[in-house]
Structures are given as structure tokens and as C-alpha cells.
Write a protein that binds this ligand. Structure first.
Ligand code: BYC
Length: 331
């Protein structure tokens, strides 16, 4: 698989003495928080790691439109429908910023979409779960966008300029998304007993998959050490997961909902919540393509791509016509 061919999950992180002069100068710039820009020299593995991470992120944004898009026609009020429509549209925009950022590294959007459509590229595990009720839309905004923000705010400081700048814009929008989700869930939690039960059921189903969004535990994370050295990642998977739990548990308490984890408890000594073991078998099954909706998501994606062929053809034909006209004028 393309993503796995990118061998950056190295056992050994080079010391400065082992680096070539170019690599050392590059690492010193990263250490000094100087942004790396597209035309500058960079190690090949840095470039590939960025393409892998940014494109997986872009794919997540556009696949993420599907579970939410499922509820646009069924939103409970016109206002909720308009808000959800705008949110889903924002996700498409995020995908576009991120594909543009990836393209600055010398890969084409066509190549990236090909990898997504043929199932070789990864996207976030979270979008392989179904949205069964309206409460799931609230839970996605609250938990999924909440987890995304936790991960992406530090990425605004990542070493690669175009990615860092894309993240600044994306994070602003994600925080609106998170608030609208929490607002929708608050309404349900304060509603009838049936509505409150819907909110609880959504929390029950989305809690653990949201924790999985942060990736494998640090001990199992193949890319973290090198990516953190290069400031492609700023925090480790477990650090961000813990921050998310610490932030989200009081929000659940405010809603009067119960986090579905019997082992969850405040640890005064650590100053953090302790929480139960994640079902890593489930995580690895989902990222291997065997989650509840992986096949459906890909089928829908490929269908949309094929049905959009005429738009791409029309845009190409128009560009060719325009270029021919400009050439004739210049002659
Ligand atoms: N799902 O060494 P590791 C959003 C893969 S939010 C699927 O720790 P890394 C949105 C990983 O790719 C979601 N795969 O990797 C929110 C690697 O496989 P490969 C998107 C996962 O890269 C709301 C292997 O497991 N956010 O879009 O250092 C609404 C080993 O992991 C997952 C981003 O992409 C997962 N959850 O760390 C709409 C943020 N976790 O490539 C949209 C940017 C791990 O070797 N990305 N894997 O085959 C990151 O921060 C990092 O890539 C991760 C993983 C923390 C996700």
C-alpha cells in the first residue's frame, strides 16, 4: 500500500553527527521554528511523510462529508438544516486547502484521489461508523470535531509552511463546528426522556471511536518519533488523547450524560482522568478496511467521482479553449 511504502517508521532516529550537512542544516531550521517552504531542500522522507499525513487528512475531510450529509435532508428544523449544510460545505473546503498544501510537495491531486478511490490511502477511522440518529450529528460535532481540534491546533505550529497555514484557517472553522454539535446535543439532553436517551445512545456509540482518532498508543505509533523530531507532529497520540478526555468528561457531566467507560475516574495525583483500555483490535480492523461502513464510504466516493467526470472534462475543455484563444490573439 502506498502509505505503508513510505518507510518513516524508523527504529533509529539519526543523531546530528550522523546527518549529512544538508540534513543537519534542515534540522537546525526546524529546531529554530523556521518554517520550511515548498521550494526549499528537504529530506525525501520528510516530504513523503508530509504527503502521507496531509493527504490522509484531506481524504478524511471529504469522506467525513458522507456520515453528516446523510442527515441534511432529515435535520429537525430549517435552521439546523442550514447549519449542517454549511458545515458539510466547510469540510469540502478543508479538503481543498489540504489537497493544495499536499500539491506543493510535488504530488498531483489526481494521484491522491486515485489512491483514495482505489482504497490504498487511509482516512480517519472515525468516518467508518454509521450516523443512525439525529443525535449522532450532535455527537460528531462535539466529539469528532472536538478531537480534530485537539489534534489540529498544535499542527498550526508544524514545520511545513503551507500545512501550518491551512491548519490556521481550518481550526477557526472547526471550533464553530464543535460548538454547533454541543449545542444540538444540549437541546436533546435537556429535552424529553426519549431525546435524552438518543443523546446518551450517540455518546455510547461515538465515545470510543473518537478516542481512536488519535491513533495507536505511543508504544505502537510507528511514525511519531520521527514526525515529532521534524515537527510534522507536535504532540504524541497519547498526550492528545489524554487532553481530549480531560476536556470532554466535564462537558458530558454538564449535559447529564454518562461516558460509557466504567474505568473512567479522576486521578488527583496525576491531575488527569484515568480511562479504560481502547479496543485496539477494533481500531486495526477499521483501518484495515473492515469497519462497519468502509465499503459503503468508498463506493459512494467512487460513484461521486465518476459522476463528476463531465465537470472535470468541461473545465479542461474550457481551459484548452481559453489557451487557444490567447495563443491566437498573441500570434
Ligand atoms: N484512522 O504512527 P501513527 C477530520 C494510521 S479529523 C486511520 O501514529 P501518524 C474531520 C496512520 O496513518 C481526522 N488511520 O501515525 C473532523 C499510520 O498508517 P500508515 C483527520 C490511522 O501519522 C471533523 C498507522 O496508523 N485528522 O478530518 O504519526 C469533521 C500508524 O499510526 C489513524 C488528521 O488527519 C486513524 N484514526 O499519526 C470532518 C490530522 N490513526 O500511514 C473532518 C493529521 C493512525 O503508516 N494527522 N492511523 O499506513 C495526524 O495527526 C496523524 O496522522 C495521526 C496518526 C495522529 C492521525
Amino acid at each position: 500500500m502506498y502509505a505503508q511504502m513510505v518507510k518513516t517508521g524508523v527504529d533509529h532516529i539519526q543523531s546530528k553527527e550522523e546527518m549529512s550537512p544538508e540534513e543537519r542544516a534542515f534540522q537546525e531550521r526546524v529546531d529554530a521554528d523556521i518554517k520550511i517552504e515548498p521550494k526549499e531542500w528537504m529530506p525525501e522522507a520528510y516530504r513523503k511523510t508530509l504527503i502521507r499525513q496531509i493527504s490522509q487528512h484531506a481524504h478524511s475531510e471529504i469522506i467525513g462529508m458522507q456520515p453528516e450529509g446523510n442527515w441534511i435532508t432529515r435535520a429537525p428544523t430549517l435552521e439546523r438544516k442550514a447549519i449542517l449544510l454549511a458545515k458539510v460545505q466547510d469540510e469540502a473546503g478543508h479538503g481543498l486547502y489540504l489537497y493544495c498544501a499536499a500539491e506543493t510537495l510535488g504530488v498531483s491531486r489526481d494521484e491522491l484521489l486515485e489512491q483514495l478511490n482505489n482504497g490504498k490511502a487511509k482516512y480517519s477511522s472515525i468516518f467508518n461508523y454509521p450516523t443512525l440518529t439525529w443525535a449522532d450529528i450532535g455527537a460528531i460535532g462535539w466529539l469528532v470535531d472536538g478531537a480534530a481540534i485537539m489534534n489540529q491546533v498544535p499542527l498550526q505550529r508544524c514545520s511545513y509552511g503551507p500545512y501550518s497555514r491551512a491548519m490556521i484557517r481550518i481550526c477557526k472553522e472547526e471550533s464553530f463546528h464543535q460548538r454547533q454539535g454541543y449545542d444540538a446535543l444540549t437541546k436533546l439532553a435537556q429535552g424529553t426522556p426519549e431525546q435524552k436517551q438518543m443523546a446518551q445512545d450517540a455518546l455510547n456509540r461515538w465515545w470510543w471511536p473518537s478516542l481512536m482518532m488519535f491513533g495507536p498508543s505511543d508504544a505502537e505509533s510507528v511514525h511519531s518519533a520521527q514526525s515529532m523530531r521534524w515537527k510534522i507532529k507536535i504532540n504524541s497520540n497519547d498526550e492528545l488523547r489524554q487532553k481530549f478526555v480531560d476536556q470532554t468528561v466535564p462537558q458530558a457531566e454538564y449535559l447529564g450524560l454518562t461516558v460509557p467507560d466504567p474505568d473512567l475516574k479522576w486521578n488527583a495525583e496525576r491531575g488527569h482522568y484515568d480511562f479504560g483500555e481502547i479496543n485496539w483490535d477494533e481500531f486495526y480492523q477499521v483501518i484495515a478496511g473492515n469497519g462497519p461502513c468502509n465499503r459503503q464510504r468508498l463506493r459512494t466516493r467512487v460513484k461521486a467521482y465518476e459522476e463528476g467526470q463531465w465537470v472535470r472534462d468541461a473545465a479542461d475543455a474550457y481551459a484548452a479553449k481559453k489557451a487557444a484563444r490567447a495563443k491566437a490573439k498573441a500570434a
